[in-house]
Design a protein around this ligand. Structure first.
Ligand code: GDP
Length: 209
C-alpha cells in the first residue's frame, strides 16, 4: 500500500468504519494509520472521519475512514454511520475481555441491523498486543470468532504500529476483489460526498459530520 499526500485524483472512493467499545484504541488506530503518530487522545464527542489516499494494486483509492469518536459510549450510533460502508473494522482490546465479548453481544448485532450492504467486508482487530503480559484474550479466540462470523482477522498495536497498515490493506484488498463493492466505490467517485481541504503536512484530512 502506497500513501500519497499529493494525490487528488482517484478511481474509487470507499467508506470504512471503525467500531468497538470505548477505549479499545479506534481513534489511535486511525491516527496511527493516517499520520503515523501515537499520542494520548482525550475522548471527543461526535463522529469524525479522516481521509487517506492510497494506491493498492495500481489502483488509486480515496479512503474515508469514520470513527465514532466517543459516541459509542452513549449507544447512539445511528444507521447513517453504517450506511454505504464497504468495510467495517471491529476493534477489541486484547487486555480487556468485555471488549471482545461485546463484539458478539452488541456490535455484530448492530452491524446486522444497520449495515445496508450484504457484501460489506468485515475485519476483526485485536489491538494493544504491545501489552502482551496483560493479555486476556488469546489469538486463537480471535481466529475462532473471525471464522464463525466470516470476517478477516489481525492482531495489532496502534501504539507500536505493528500490523496497523496491514489491517487497512487486507480490508481494502478484499474490497477490491468484490465486484459489487468495486462498483459502489467507482460510483462514489462521482458523488464524492466527502469534501476535503487540500492536504497540509500529511496525507490525512479530517472532517466532522
Ligand atoms: P477509542 O475510544 O476506541 O477511540 O480509544 P482511543 O484511541 O482513545 O485509545 C484509548 C486509550 O488506549 C488511549 O489512552 C490510547 O493511548 C491507548 N491505546 C490505544 N491503542 C493502544 C495500543 O496499541 N497500545 C497501548 N498500550 N495503548 C493503546
Amino acid at each position: 500500500m502506497e500513501s500519497s499526500s499529493e494525490q487528488t485524483e482517484f478511481e474509487y472512493l470507499f467508506k470504512l468504519l471503525l467500531i468497538g467499545d470505548s477505549g479499545v484504541g479506534k481513534s489511535t488506530l486511525l491516527l496511527s494509520f493516517t499520520s503515523n503518530a501515537f499520542e494520548d487522545l482525550s475522548p471527543t464527542i461526535g463522529v469524525d472521519f479522516k481521509i487517506k489516499h492510497v494506491t493498492v494494486n495500481g489502483k488509486k483509492l480515496k479512503l474515508a475512514i469514520w470513527d465514532t469518536a466517543g459516541q459509542e459510549r452513549f449507544r447512539t450510533l445511528t444507521s447513517s454511520y453504517y450506511r454505504g460502508a464497504q468495510g467495517i473494522i471491529m476493534v477489541y482490546d486484547v487486555t480487556r475481555r468485555e471488549t471482545f465479548t461485546n463484539l458478539s453481544d452488541i456490535w455484530a448485532k448492530e452491524i446486522d441491523l444497520y449495515s445496508t450492504n450484504q457484501d460489506c467486508i468485515k475485519m476483526l482487530v485485536g489491538n494493544k498486543v504491545d501489552r502482551e503480559s496483560e493479555r486476556v484474550v488469546s489469538k486463537k479466540e480471535g481466529i475462532d470468532f473471525a471464522r464463525e462470523y466470516g470476517c478477516l482477522f489481525l492482531e495489532c498495536s496502534a501504539k507500536t504500529r505493528v500490523n496497523v497498515e496491514q489491517c487497512f490493506e487486507e480490508l481494502v484488498l478484499k474490497i477490491l476483489e468484490t465486484p459489487s463493492l468495486l462498483a459502489e466505490g467507482s460510483a462514489g467517485v462521482k458523488k464524492n460526498i466527502f469534501k476535503e481541504k487540500p492536504p497540509e503536512s500529511d496525507a490525512s484530512t479530517s472532517g466532522c459530520c
